[in-house]
Write a protein of this length. Structure first.
Lengths: 187, 158
């Protein structure tokens, strides 16, 4: 994506929104299990970026800059979600939990569940690298860390995902083990 | 499969990750920033903060001046300072109700012991020179104890 945005330009920000919003939303979907929360955080990130648009420096890619805001929003949301869950449990003491939304079922998979179980900074790094195609330098700008830290996080995230997905092997195992004693009937 | 990039992951995992996340469709909603107002800056609250601070300082000053937390007392004090009571409105007007003008400060010149025009009769009997012979208290054979008259003086021999 050409990064020729002008800080403070409303037209350029609108263009940035059209290009970056789907990618930012997908990144937040990998961090948050609630699609509504992902949309909320993505929209709030763009609002915050819009207010600071005139102060944006072209040294870092604009999309990486917005990703940084969005990931921080998601991290804050997950922290407060823990507190909300405790309050919710206390409030529902004795009452059954509400039924899950069928629409969320489409977004649930063992891979996404494993991704959401990772620490958000690790999950963000692996999504930015292997889904959006960022290089380590761009990820470092997006997350506000050094490139070395990005490399460490990518390795840790990959290791954890591998362990989490081991029971669900990526390659479908053969139904029957091949036995050398068997022979095939030849026509 | 040789991995040239140490950060590279399993190709199957990578492909699955891309497929699942790219299948996520963002909701088509209007951008919130288009309708969001400008952020509330702290300096916009400065006039309110100044007004509150000024009111607090006034209240503290009034409390220190009057020694009372009652605002009615402060108001009364302010009125007294602005409109001091005139000396002619002294509450010493008596039966006539007319204000005295240049009345002598008689009460202040009165000595503590009033020079009464008519000396008040003393309660104690005063020694008077009566012509009546004093009945001496000398013992006598007469067993009749003389009844002392009210004006019997004490023995002059003392």
């Amino acid at each position: 994506m050409p990064d020729d945005f002008r800080p403070g330009s409303r037209e350029d920000f609108d263009r940035l929104y059209r290009v970056a919003y789907p990618r930012v939303y997908r990144t937040l979907t990998a961090l948050l299990s609630d699609p509504a929360a992902a949309e909320d955080c993505a929209q709030d990130a763009f609002v915050q970026a819009f207010h600071a648009w005139s102060r944006w420096r072209p040294e870092a890619p604009a999309e990486a800059w917005i990703h940084r805001i969005a990931v921080n929003r998601a991290i804050s949301y997950r922290r407060s979600a823990k507190l909300r869950s405790v309050g919710e449990v206390l409030r529902r003491l004795g009452r059954p939990a509400p039924a899950p939304d069928p629409a969320d079922h489409a977004l649930r998979s063992d891979l996404l569940d494993a991704l959401r179980a990772l620490p958000p900074k690790l999950a963000a790094a692996i999504v930015l690298r292997h889904v959006h195609g960022y290089n380590n330098r761009e990820i470092a700008a997006a997350l506000g860390v050094s490139e070395r830290t990005v490399g460490t996080r990518l390795r840790q995230a990959a290791e954890r995902l591998r362990h989490a997905l081991e029971p669900f092997s990526l390659e479908a195992p053969s139904a029957f083990q091949a036995d050398s004693s068997e022979f095939h009937v030849k026509d | 499969m040789s991995k040239t990039d140490p950060d590279e992951i399993d190709p199957l995992l990578k492909a699955r990750l891309r497929a699942e996340l790219n299948a996520v469709r963002p909701p088509s909603s209007l951008p919130r920033y288009a309708t969001a107002g400008p952020p509330i800056r702290a300096w916009r609250l400065a006039p309110v903060a100044l007004a509150i601070a000024f009111t607090g300082i006034l209240a503290l000053t009034a409390f220190a001046a009057t020694g009372s937390p009652n605002p009615a007392v402060w108001t009364n004090r302010v009125e007294t300072v602005i409109n001091p009571p005139s000396p002619s409105s002294a509450p010493e007007s008596e039966s006539t109700g007319e204000p005295r003008i240049g009345s002598p400060a008689a009460p202040t010149h009165r000595p503590t012991a009033e020079p009464s025009e008519q000396p008040e009769p003393a309660n104690t009997p005063e020694p008077t020179e009566s012509t009546e012979p004093a009945q001496s208290p000398e013992p006598s054979d007469d067993h009749q104890s003389p009844s002392p008259s009210p004006s019997s003086p004490p023995s002059a021999d003392h």
